[in-house]
Design a protein around this ligand. Structure first.
Ligand code: LLP
Length: 422
């Protein structure tokens, strides 16, 4: 259990706050985020990569409060949609520190981004032409990068690998130099950077070193005719979801990445900035998901039926992801049995955790799923008529509601009934 989580009087505490009390007070399911841990994570990462620029991957957590805190810490944002550009701006991240990424942006999104004054990472030739036309039409010049498909296998879950040549992301390496040449002659766009992202939940440093080398090979060809101000190597820094798994620390990554980057820059006689886009590393372990036990049933397995399912946290169902389970109101008790934690959704895939050794669980207990701060709430849905849950922020032993629980009325939100059906 990381430092911001501790067991006191048999209860799980986060940042000095009793999670069992939070579940009673705010109801369940409930995402609880530690502001202190969030700031610590950011600072630890930024400190290790001193001199580099950090663009928080906004897709990993869409809470405006989380982004506001990171904005205060000095983070920029990697925004993957017009909506994420909008939220990052509202959170107080300056436009010059926002990179609008995305493999399929609409003309409307491009226009919105141009008007917002953010940088754009271009993913295709079509997008380059559209952006040039749109920006020029608005009388603006946008600072752009191109997303490279670096053709690297980062040993991630197949659904999380993005840098393979078979992936939908980025422009093939072989075409990159030509597209920079082309962009140089076009109005409305000013190429200033180069971008890649090799995958997510990566637990080794080597793929990053390889990515730096591949990117710098390209930079070497491009810097003859364009002054590149930054090299963005994306995010993907993994965390140890499971006890016993070893994950590199930010220092480990930095010690491998920075010298490789600096060496190549020195060889070329250039000094671009290094940009990074961590999402998961910054937010994942800041948050626990609390869920109440509705039933305990002995069948094929000991099924614990809880009130959170893949509508609340989709990661186990979608990526076979592992989240540590703690019985929050029995956190000090001995393990007595093997349980499978099942959600309330009408699908057999709706399992949050399989075959876990836990204390004797009873109806009414509160289960905590750890490391739920990345790709948690933001991937939740109303599937099977369940309003989305609430979010709480804890800070120095104090809790505040930062997202209200939806109600049944919200299930009707934006639905329209034609008069003839009334
Ligand atoms: N930059 C780009 C361009 C990305 O597409 C992503 C994540 C990141 C940065 C941040 O990656 P991170 O540091 O968070 O690994 N929903 C999945 C993860 C999808 C990642 C998508 N792209 C999950 O729950 O594991």
């Amino acid at each position: 259990i990381p430092g911001h989580l501790e067991v006191r009087d048999d209860h799980l505490f986060i940042c000095g706050v009793d999670t069992v009390k939070l579940a009673d007070e705010y109801g369940t399911p409930l995402y609880v985020t530690s502001e202190d841990r969030l700031r610590d994570n950011y600072r630890r990462f930024a400190e290790a990569f001193k001199g580099a620029h950090i663009f928080f991957a906004a897709k990993s957590n869409n809470s405006i409060v989380v982004q506001r805190i990171l904005a205060q810490e000095g983070a920029g944002a990697d925004a993957f949609s017009g909506g994420e550009v909008y939220l990052a701006r509202l959170a107080g991240i300056p436009p010059q520190k926002i990179l609008f990424t995305g493999n399929s942006k609409s003309d409307e999104e491009l226009e919105f981004a141009v008007n917002s004054g953010v940088m754009i990472s271009i993913d295709s030739h079509d997008e380059l032409m559209a952006l040039s036309r749109i920006a020029d039409g608005l009388g603006k010049e946008v600072r752009v990068a191109f997303r490279v498909n670096p053709d690297i296998s980062a040993n991630a879950h197949p659904k999380l690998a993005t840098g393979l040549k078979t992936s939908k992301f980025g422009i093939p390496r072989q075409e990159i130099v030509d597209i920079y040449k082309k962009a140089k002659g076009l109005p409305g766009v000013k190429p200033v950077g180069i971008h890649c992202h090799i995958g997510s939940q990566i637990l080794e440093v080597d793929p990053y070193v390889e990515a730096v080398n591949r990117m710098m090979d390209l930079v070497g060809q491009i810097c003859d005719f364009i002054n590149l101000e930054f090299v963005d190597i994306g995010g993907g820094f993994g965390i140890p979801y499971q006890k016993g798994v070893r994950a590199p620390t930010p220092r480990d990554w930095a010690d491998a990445i920075i010298p490789a980057f600096k060496d190549r820059c020195a060889q070329l006689g250039i000094s671009p900035e290094l940009h990074l886009e961590p999402g998961r590393y910054i937010v994942a372990d800041t948050t626990v998901l609390l869920t109440r036990v509705n039933t305990v049933k002995k069948a094929y397995a000991n099924f614990i039926g809880v009130d959170a399912g893949f509508n609340t946290l989709i990661r186990p169902a979608m990526y076979d992801a592992y989240h540590e389970v703690v019985v929050a109101n029995r956190a000090g008790e001995e393990n007595m049995g093997t349980y499978t934690v099942a959600g309330p959704v009408c699908e057999s895939g709706d399992i949050l955790a399989r075959d876990r050794r836990l204390p004797a669980v009873r109806k009414g207990d509160v289960i905590a799923l750890l490391d739920a701060g990345a790709y948690g709430y933001c991937m939740s849905s109303q599937y099977v008529g369940r309003p989305r849950c609430a979010e709480v922020l804890v800070h120095h032993g104090h809790a505040e509601l930062i997202r209200k629980r939806e109600t049944y009325d919200d299930l009707l939100h934006n639905q329209l009934i034609p008069g003839r059906l009334l």
